[in-house]
Design a protein around this ligand. Structure first.
Ligand SMILES: [Ca+2]
Length: 566
């Protein structure tokens, strides 16, 4: 006993002594757990802070587990002392010994404490134009998301897997193209999805705390926990939350939770509370804001940020996106507060493009149609495999791991989220089990090749393939070929000029589509609505306003009635 205490004392003294001489690099301190060593690690932490270094993470392990402290020294303040092979030679392998490992040694395989946290912000019907960092629209205000993007990567060619909510979410969460298991559209049965293993389930098994916030849209909210999410704070539409945690991130029985604040704010607050609760464990947060999807319901606080002349739908969409942006700010601040910024990989992606409904009716107060978000400069909208339907805002950040300030030009997919997460958590998958790619080597520059040989989609009667800058888009009997390098707006159909390219891509697309359930270049017929969309966006034809009569009727209904005569 005395001997152990002596060794603990030596370890403590050595750890404190080494604080002044730690090299200019990331190091990991590993030691068997004990109250005394925790005390020593605490002292080391405060010494490093006084020296101006950045503390990356302090794990507070359960009794019997290994204590670990990762620190990253500030390169400006660092003296450049040899960073390779640095060791505390006075410490021996023993019960109470502490050890300082060389840089990179902290990525311990199979140890969940070394795995990064993963957060996915998934917005809803949020068009490509509507992040400040996109430099498309001047009216949008997203300072926190822009800062997040500047700390990492703006993917200029980021895609969701579908131009609609359900299939897009099924693809994101499984990491497999959703029509492989029969989830084609919002009208599909979800049996196929229910048989899949979500990335949440994989991460949960790997030791992650998992939590879902906001819109689910993949079956009953009561079943969310069956898909790998331990904590649920779900809300579909205007219904009360279905939650097994409170706004403060504390456990409660799964059930209805009346909204205590605006749904976007509530999701952000609950997510931040869960970060506070689990700051010492790896966590996976899937934060799916129902924004700026209709009904457009921003409170005054957010509307007031967008004064002046503009369509009311636009004002409301900007206000909802601003609320999401506040959430991004709250969550990134919470990470920073606990030294987790460099321990956390964040994705920010929209589930599909904005629904414009061709004529952009400005009916205030929500309802179907234009949600006020915009896809500029892309052509088309939600419900199309034209770029406007699924080429979306796409940001990836992991400060300290992925170089900041990047704009990434190769196409990436929401499918890559699961593949990246699986790789980072050391989750083994079979070849072909996931459709996405681990993006990290591509974003660090280690792998300069495009992540994907091609990306492909099928949504009902439409299908598309993008290979390099070539894109073949099919809708029923129609076929379009675009060179996105100089025609991102999809205005110049080259199908008749370049038949050999179209033919090659069609064959490749057909091979890919034949793996889907059911197989085929199309699943069903083009509805008249989609024929109109294609006419309007891709053929430049004038399509009469579908709601002209209804609009007149609505206007008449709002005329003040003559006062009744006494
Ligand atoms: Ca959506």
């Amino acid at each position: 006993m005395k001997w152990n205490l002596l060794r603990l004392a030596v370890a403590l003294a050595t750890l404190l002594a080494c604080a002044a001489t730690l090299p200019a690099a990331e190091v990991t301190v590993v030691a068997p757990d004990s109250p005394l060593l925790r005390y020593a690690l605490g002292k080391l932490e405060s010494s490093l802070r006084q020296r101006g270094d950045t503390l990356r993470r302090v794990a507070s392990p359960a009794p019997g587990q290994t204590a670990m402290l990762n620190v990253t020294t500030d390169p400006v303040a660092a003296d450049g002392a040899g960073s390779e092979g640095f060791r505390l030679t006075r410490l021996r392998n023993g019960i109470a010994a502490g050890q300082v490992l060389p840089p990179g040694a902290n990525e311990r395989k199979g140890d969940s404490a070394s795995h990064p946290n993963i957060i996915v912000f998934y917005t809803d019907d949020h068009g490509y134009a509507d992040l400040g960092i996109q430099n498309v629209m001047k009216d949008v205000k997203t300072p926190h998301t822009d800062a997040l993007a500047r700390s990492g990567v703006v993917a200029r060619h980021g895609y969701s897997t579908a131009p609609q909510c359900v299939p897009s979410r099924a693809g994101l969460l499984t990491g497999r193209f959703q029509a492989r298991f029969g989830v084609e559209s919002n009208n599909s049965q979800l049996d196929g999805f229910n048989r899949q293993t979500t990335i949440a389930a994989r991460l949960q098994k790997a030791g992650y705390v998992t939590a879902q916030f906001g819109k689910w849209h993949l079956g009953p909210t009561a079943e969310i926990t069956k898909h790998g999410f331990t904590h649920v704070f779900a809300q579909n539409g205007q219904a009360p939350f279905s939650a097994n945690i409170t706004l403060d991130g504390q456990d409660r029985p799964m059930g209805s939770l009346p909204p205590a604040s605006y749904h976007i704010d509530a999701c952000s607050q609950a997510a931040a509370a869960l970060i506070e609760r689990y700051r010492d464990k790896p966590f996976f947060l899937y934060i799916a804001y129902r924004a700026p999807h209709v009904p457009l319901d921003p409170p005054k606080k957010y509307l007031d940020r967008f004064p002046g002349e503009m369509p009311e739908r636009r004002r409301k969409a900007l206000a909802m996106i601003s609320a999401v942006d506040d959430g991004v700010g709250l969550i990134t601040d919470t990470l920073k507060k606990h030294g987790l910024t460099e321990r956390t990989l964040i994705f920010y992606i929209s589930d599909n493009g904005a629904p414009l409904k061709i004529h952009k009716p400005d009916a205030p107060g929500g309802g179907p149609g234009w949600d006020g978000s915009l896809n500029d400069p892309l052509n088309g909208e939600k419900g199309m495999l034209a770029e406007g339907g699924m080429h979306v805002p796409f940001v990836i950040a992991w400060p300290g791991k992925i170089p900041a300030g990047q704009t990434y030009g190769h196409p990436v997919s929401a499918l890559d989220v699961a593949a990246t997460a699986a790789a980072l958590a050391d989750i083994k998958t079979q070849p072909g089990e996931l459709d996405g790619v681990n993006l990290i080597p591509h974003l660090t520059g280690e792998n300069k090749a495009p992540p994907h040989a091609f990306l492909a989609w099928r949504w009902n009667a439409q299908s598309a393939i993008r290979e390099g800058n070539w894109k073949l888009l099919r809708g029923g009997a129609r076929e379009y070929l675009y060179n996105l390098a100089d025609d991102l707006e999809e205005k110049h159909n080259l199908a008749t000029q370049m038949p050999e390219v179209a033919s090659r891509l069609r064959a490749k697309l057909k091979t890919w589509c034949d793996e889907l359930d059911p197989p085929g270049l199309a699943n069903g017929r083009m509805a008249p609505t989609w024929e109109q969309y294609f006419d309007h966006y891709l053929e430049g034809k004038t399509v009469p306003a579908p709601d002209a009569k209804a609009k007149a009727k609505r206007k008449a209904a709002f005329q003040p009635k003559p006062e009744a005569k006494p």
